[in-house]
Design a protein around this ligand. Structure first.
Ligand code: AMP
Length: 300
């Protein structure tokens, strides 16, 4: 089954203790698509400027990614600059240039409208709503960020009513609900609409909360020898998670747990290089091998 994703396509400048990558390929929709396309066909909906390198478009188009919804608009591509601390769980955003993203209104092409799975990447909730209204879907997941929780809470609540799952980090879950305890936060989010809540905790892995109160799953992050650049790990997680779900007939607790493991597998690869490089040529064997590493790590 195919997946439609809407979100940023970016040129990222990133500094980490391992070095610096200037104007590399990035954006939430790119990380998501490159992870998910290992599992299922992806329709990418987003916008790039006139300066976006053709080589990136060619690379994405050569994958299992349909680019009919990737619009090239007059102006410059969205740019994001970030610097990570020695402890790479912490980062500062140094610069965000919306550029062509500022006047973006997603136009979902015919084939992408019918995809059974939809991922609403971290964009203004009113744009997420525009996409929801253009599509018919079986399963919808959403990501958001502090900015939208703070400045557009009502728009965000309207979208939340219409989604099945949210993928948030722990700080966002706390900010959205005012609850410190993540179990309480998940409970409150469930009251807002979504029945599946995946909470990412960076180096500390993630948690999954499902419909029943005792349907809770926790996963560590793979202890990597070297974290080069964690940018996009969250979007990659979402891509692996949704990608796996799109290969399955049901979304019961066991399937969702496996989805969380595949999401974590893909996120671990993203962290090993700058940008989404590691995701590009990953093989099915490498994905499976790391899935088994997770299995071993979690056995006792
Ligand atoms: P993550 O590390 O999962 O937070 O994702 C980082 C990616 O999100 C980078 O590739 C950025 O280009 C993109 N990004 C950063 N800020 C924004 C924003 N305000 N809106 C959309 N995408 C963003």
């Amino acid at each position: 089954m195919s997946i439609t994703v809407v979100g940023s396509v970016a040129l990222d400048t990133v500094e980490t203790p391992a070095g610096k990558n200037t104007e590399g390929l990035g954006g939430a929709a790119v990380y998501f698509s490159l992870a998910a396309q290992h599992f299922a066909p992806v329709h990418l909906v987003g916008v790039i400027g006139e300066d976006f390198p053709d080589q990136h478009v060619r690379m994405l188009g050569a994958k299992n990614i349909n680019l009919a919804g990737l619009e090239r608009a007059p102006g410059r591509t969205f740019r994001w600059t970030g610097r990570y601390h020695e402890d790479v769980n912490e980062r500062d955003t140094l610069d965000t240039q919306l550029n062509v993203f500022e006047h973006f209104h997603p136009k979902v092409p015919e084939a992408a409208r019918k995809a059974p799975f939809l991922f609403l990447g971290n964009i203004h909730p009113s744009l997420q709503m525009e996409v929801l209204e253009q599509t018919s879907h079986r399963f919808v997941a959403l990501d958001t960020m502090n900015l939208w929780i703070n400045i557009t809470p009502n728009d965000l609540r309207d979208v939340l009513k219409r989604v099945d799952a949210v993928v948030l980090n722990d700080q966002e879950a706390r900010l959205l609900t005012g609850e410190v305890n993540l179990r309480d936060a998940a409970h409150k989010i469930r009251g807002m609409g979504p029945h599946i809540i995946a909470i990412k905790k960076g180096e500390h892995g993630g948690m999954l909360f499902c419909e029943a109160d005792d349907e809770i799953f926790a996963i560590p992050a793979l202890p990597l020898k070297k974290v080069v650049d964690p940018t996009g790990a969250g979007d990659t997680f979402a891509g692996g998670f949704m990608g796996y779900l799109a290969t399955q007939e049901k979304t019961d607790f066991m399937t969702l747990k496996r989805g969380v493991v595949y999401g974590s597998v893909m996120a671990s690869y993203t962290c090993e290089a700058f940008g989404p490089d590691k995701l590009i040529d990953l093989t099915a064997d490498q994905i499976q091998q790391r899935y088994l590493e997770f299995k071993k790590l979690m056995e006792f």
